[in-house]
Design a protein around this ligand. Structure first.
Ligand code: NAP
Length: 308
């Protein structure tokens, strides 16, 4: 019986582990893919206090060492097959193994959205990518497009502009959603070309991507943009599906929990990008990790008091 099971080993989950470990709570972390979460793909973190320029990869390695290895935290890789969070004893099952705990922190994060246009599935891994830092180097000297207008799209475009001869930045409106500083920086680069008011209708090619059919949403004009790669950065889907029958979510599918990270189920907390919040960044993920761990500790203390 663990004090805490943490589901997800991104920034929120690992920060939660740092705090639960330091509070002396027995902790199990469960991760279904690689530890690190979304930040691992960020080439350079520019807005985390006091760590200018650190790479996402280094950030993740440091956090893993600090929060997981240093405390010899139990870590299980696997996909949840079932769970029961209703009673005082929380249960999760992974394969044929069931784990029990007194509290749970869900830090399941969010995943990339798809455009949903023709050719997107067909050319995935053949010119369509959701990770500029993973795949950018394959497009050295080539022309590529980034789709989206948020911080991810602008940062991806900047990253790709180092390798690629030209980067088209295709956005469905004429104003970017990203922070002004990102926009100014990206648009100041000679080889980043914004394509406003436009959506991708089709990703075309033979074996690999060779062009995009795009449509101007204001005047309806269609055109063909010759590119070898397209990087999709159109936002995130919260990873909450599995839990929606028992834990409240908002209209966009994010866990409906306030800053205290408490859910409608006693002893169950949520942290990071999967939670409803005004700003999804590294710093707010780390903050949620800390708060959720502290709330779990408080919950355990109050339970211990009652049992005395
Ligand atoms: P986002 O902020 O939700 O932006 C998604 C962008 O994609 C928007 O510009 C949106 O257009 C566009 N879009 C959505 N669906 C589309 C579709 N079907 N076709 C075409 N375009 C579509 O997502 P994000 O950039 O991935 O960022 C996610 C969160 O992480 C945000 O909170 C962001 O601030 C944060 N983040 C922060 C940093 C940082 O360093 N500060 C870096 C990366 C991400 P509209 O604008 O018209 O809605």
């Amino acid at each position: 019986m663990y004090d805490v099971i943490i589901l997800g080993a991104g920034t929120a989950g690992m920060t939660a582990a740092l705090y639960t470990n330091r509070a002396g709570l027995s902790t199990l972390i469960v991760e279904q893919e690689l530890y690190g979460g979304q930040i691992i793909n960020t080439p350079e973190i520019e807005n985390y206090p006091a760590l200018p320029g650190v790479s996402g990869f280094d950030f993740v390695q440091n956090l893993y060492q600090q929060a997981v290895e240093a405390f010899q935290t139990e870590f299980v890789f696997g996909t949840l097959t079932s769970f029961d969070f209703q009673g005082d004893v929380k249960k999760i099952t992974i394969g044929d193994q069931t784990y029990e705990s007194k509290t749970v922190i869900i830090a399941s994060g969010a995943k990339h959205k798809k455009i949903g246009c023709a050719g997107e599935e067909t050319f995935q891994g053949k010119g369509v990518s959701y990770c500029a830092t993973c795949d950018g180097a394959f497009f050295k000297g080539k022309e590529v497009a980034v789709v989206g207008g948020g911080n991810t799209a602008l940062q991806d475009a900047k990253y790709l502009s180092r390798y690629c001869s030209r980067v088209y930045l295709i956005h469905r409106r004429d104003q970017f959603r990203a922070a002004q500083i990102e926009v100014e920086d990206a648009l100041s680069r000679d080889n980043i070309m914004p394509v406003y008011d436009s959506v991708v209708e089709e990703i075309q090619g033979e074996q690999t991507v060779s062009s995009l059919k795009i449509k101007n949403v204001k005047n309806g004009t269609e055109s063909i943009l010759p590119v070898n790669g397209v990087f999709v950065a159109v936002g995130l889907n919260p990873q909450t599906e599995l839990f929606r029958d028992s834990i409240a979510v908002d209209e966009n599918g994010y866990f409906d929990a306030e800053e205290d990270c408490k859910t409608n189920l006693p002893g169950v907390f949520v942290a990071g990008d999967a939670r409803r919040k005004p700003l999804r960044q590294l710093i707010t993920a780390a903050a949620d990790g800390a708060v959720s761990a502290e709330m779990a500790r408080e919950y355990l203390d109050s339970r211990n008091e009652k049992e005395k």
